[in-house]
Design a protein around this ligand. Structure first.
Ligand SMILES: [Zn+2]
Length: 452
């Protein structure tokens, strides 16, 4: 039995699918205007691991992850760069697939694009208008929040709290400021489609209601995404879907992963601490980034630090070393499987993996074999050991090239550079050591160092 924490009701539940012969899961995908960052990568890896677990547990699993290719952020980027919108979206989708692949994510079964489903969205909006859950105002269509009694149940917010989070409505078109956009008019220079309410484009939330219905049905098992999507995005999806389809629920289980912080700070473009996967992949194998993202429990906040990725790399290399004689030949380790079934407890699964690794190093063939057999479940350790070390040789440098004498010499060079106030050179030495897995700590007695 799989246990999963349901955001809806905020409690741990036994996973009991609507149809045991066919499990259905929908995850909100990227808005394609820019390279994905480490915060975007977390849900991709978390839900890929959940899908791997489901596929091992059930006969049939359908995994849908959408692509948002119509959005004001994309329009803005087009104006800023002078690049046509379809060029921005098609290039970004290509980059996204490369990143996903390098992070060892299996492709979803369906990856629908919003612009291919305008017809379905228009139909859904039309149904909502006919049922009195939406209204038209000067080419806009808004969802009438007050007509849906259960609004706010997922995020457990009161109307006042929700209004505090909503943008102040300046146009005065809405009946109520909590109402949200389903459709808005497009000027000639913006992407637009013909509709009963004039030429326009959809609001963001409606695409997920339309596409989940098309590929998974009016109700399905799991809806996932980052915790930042709970309100308003997922709250609005529920309102649209339940009202249009006349259902008590949209998805049975709502699953959300926690935030990623950079050096304990919120990641943001203005702080300049944005880490794109593309940049990280220049230095690290995608499997290392995957390992790092899965080390923490998916619901806990995760702090990114350069050193932590280096640590993830040496941990992963330790595991690779202990499976060098093994090829996958059977079922995964029962204990790793058990931990994942318990609300996707990857920290415990990884601890067990390291226990098996130590046993294997001590000569247990069984332990090494079980670890290798668990690779597909975790999405790590799928390469053979030789290839791994050939492509990821930095560990050899840490162990065989940088001796204590080398390190002490470099620290002395850095001290001299600092004395001469050549901080650029001093920082360069520090970074160089860090890339070789050496962390410096400055203190009153000088500089101490440790290996990651
Ligand atoms: Zn969505």
């Amino acid at each position: 039995m799989i246990k999963i924490f349901n955001t809806f009701g905020k409690k741990m539940e036994n996973f009991d699918p609507i149809d045991k012969n066919h499990v259905k899961i929908y995850v909100c995908g990227p808005t394609v205007y820019d390279r994905i960052h480490i915060g975007n990568a977390r849900p991709l890896v978390v839900f890929d691991t959940l899908v791997r677990l489901l596929k091992l547990s059930y006969k049939k699993v359908t995994y849908v992850r959408n692509i948002t290719d119509v959005d004001d952020k994309i329009n803005k980027k087009s104006i800023e760069t002078g690049k046509p919108i379809n060029k921005i979206t098609s290039e970004t989708i290509k980059h996204f697939h490369v990143d996903c692949n390098k992070l060892k994510n299996m492709p979803p079964d369906f990856e629908p694009k919003a612009t291919d489903h305008i017809k379905e969205m228009v139909e859904l909006i039309d149904t909502l208008i006919k049922k009195g859950f939406a209204y038209v105002k000067s080419g806009n269509v808004f969802f009438r929040v007050k007509n849906y009694d259960h609004y706010g149940r997922l995020s457990q917010r009161t109307i006042d709290e929700m209004l505090a989070g909503a943008r102040v409505e300046v146009s005065g078109l809405k009946e109520n400021s909590a109402d949200f956009t389903l459709w808005k008019p497009s000027s000639k220079d913006l992407p637009g489609w013909d509709s009963p309410w004039g030429r326009g484009r959809p609001g963001w939330h409606i695409e997920c209601s339309a596409m989940s219905k098309k590929y998974l049905g009016e109700t399905f098992d799991i809806h996932g995404g980052g915790a930042d999507l709970i309100f308003p995005h997922h709250e609005n999806e529920i309102a649209q879907s339940c009202c249009a389809n006349n259902k008590q629920f949209m998805a049975k289980y709502w699953v959300h992963n926690g935030y990623v912080n950079i050096d304990q700070k919120k990641m943001s473009k203005s702080l300049g601490n944005f880490k794109t996967i593309y940049d990280l992949l220049k230095k690290f194998n995608g499997e290392v980034i995957r390992y790092f993202l899965l080390q923490a429990h998916y619901r806990a906040p995760l702090n990114f630090k350069h050193e932590y990725i280096l640590e993830a790399k040496s941990s992963l290399s330790r595991l690779y070393r202990s499976i060098k004689d093994f090829k996958k030949n059977g079922d995964p380790d029962k204990e790793i499987f058990f931990h994942l079934k318990n609300d996707l407890n990857t920290p415990k699964a990884f601890a067990r993996a390291h226990f098996l690794s130590e046993q294997s190093n001590k000569g247990s063939r069984e332990a090494g074999q079980l670890l290798k057999n668990s690779s597909a479940l975790l999405g790590i350790l799928e390469e053979d050991t030789e290839t791994w070390f050939k492509n990821n040789p930095i560990d050899l440098k840490i162990e065989y090239q940088l001796s204590e004498t080398n390190i002490e010499e470099m620290i002395e060079d850095r001290r001299i550079a600092k004395e001469k106030k050549d901080f650029k050179a001093a920082d360069k030495i520090r970074d160089n050591l860090l890339n070789n897995g050496i962390i410096l700590e400055d203190n009153v007695n000088g500089t101490s160092w440790r290996r990651t």
